[in-house]
Write a protein that binds this ligand. Structure first.
Ligand code: ATP
Ligand code: MG
Length: 297
């Protein structure tokens, strides 16, 4: 499988705060790639770095095998993006809005405006003012905008935010259609596992700027006993315990999540007790869903 987008060891620090901590992942041609993480995980920051809107501290990004040169924005001709809510002129029609974006770009394909309006099912409403549009219609117009320059890949940052269940279903159907019919690779972010599960074939889970896991959605959803969670008030002690054994952990309000290869957790309990670390609860997280809920409470 060939990589369309490759991100290697990306880092972003704001003052002393590490927003993105050594994240690497690969999006293959034709993927609908889910970018999953709770609020503040670093989804938007990562996607903005790919789009050259934020400068990483270190790391590299490759598009179709070539290193992205952030000074030369030419690579953006291959990428469409919907970051945050789309911003359109409310007192102009959908068609007029797209016409403005079209004329600001270097595209020479006047037919494309009608094509993308058909694609997102807004052609019949193209002359209505955007101010009269529902949230779902505005989001679909946002998708139309990403398609104007015929990109190979589109990046959608939480496109279902603020939509009701029907709007979310319409959005999913639209994204699947664009991916299938036009062969466009899609990166879609969300903080809701169920949403990613319904649409993506591969995904990454990030939390607090770090990559947790990446892989095939079906496999990740069915994999068993991937993690253990340990609940304690001895936070310092347990962190020392993990660090001294090179066990990587995630923490969330006294709940620590670790990878534990053994089915048998007796050994871990014994060692924790030897170190006088009080445990209130220890749980096997059998599914990605349980694991993700643990991260997000
Ligand atoms: N300009 C900035 N200055 C300082 N900190 C920032 C800045 N932008 C983002 N952050 C911090 O970086 C972290 C990641 O933010 P980001 O917006 O990427 O998260 P997210 O996964 O998109 O979250 P959400 O689901 O809420 O959209 C957060 O802790 C945020 O407060
Ligand atoms: Mg965000």
């Amino acid at each position: 499988m060939s990589a369309m987008l490759e991100v290697n060891n990306l880092n972003k620090t704001y003052k002393n705060f590490k927003a993105i901590d050594d994240i690497s992942f690969q999006v293959n041609k034709g993927d609908i790639y889910g970018f999953l993480g709770p609020n503040g995980a670093g989804k938007s920051t990562t996607l903005r770095m790919i789009l050259g809107l934020i400068k990483p501290n270190s790391g590299e990004i490759k598009l179709n095998g070539s290193l992205i040169n952030f000074k030369n924005k030419k690579y953006l001709n291959n990428i469409g993006a919907l970051i945050e809510r789309p911003d359109f002129y409310k007192n102009l029609s959908a068609y007029q809005n797209l016409k403005i974006l079209y004329s600001m770009s270097r595209i020479n394909n006047p037919k494309i405006i009608h094509d993308v309006l058909h694609e997102v099912d807004l052609f019949d409403r193209k002359d209505d003012k955007v101010g009269s549009y529902s949230q779902g219609m505005k989001q679909r117009l946002g998708i139309a905008q990403t398609l104007l320059h015929n990109p190979q890949i589109i990046i959608l940052d939480e496109p279902s935010n603020g939509l009701d269940p029907q709007g979310q279903a319409d959005m999913r159907e639209l994204i699947l259609r664009i991916n299938k019919d036009k062969g466009i690779t899609v990166i879609i972010s969300s903080h809701i596992l169920a949403e990613i599960e319904k649409i993506a074939n591969r995904m990454i889970v990030i939390n607090k700027g770090k990559k947790i896991i990446e892989g095939d959605v079906g496999q990740l959803m069915s994999s068993e006993s991937i993690k253990l969670s340990v609940k304690t008030t001895s936070n310092k002690e347990i962190e020392n315990f993990f660090n001294s054994r090179d066990i990587i952990y995630e923490s969330n309000e006294g709940i620590y999540t670790i990878s534990w290869p053994e089915k048998n957790i007796d050994q871990l309990v014994k060692e924790l007790q030897n170190d006088n670390i009080s445990i209130f609860e220890i749980k096997q997280l059998k599914t990605l869903e349980e694991y993700f809920l643990n991260l997000t409470n």
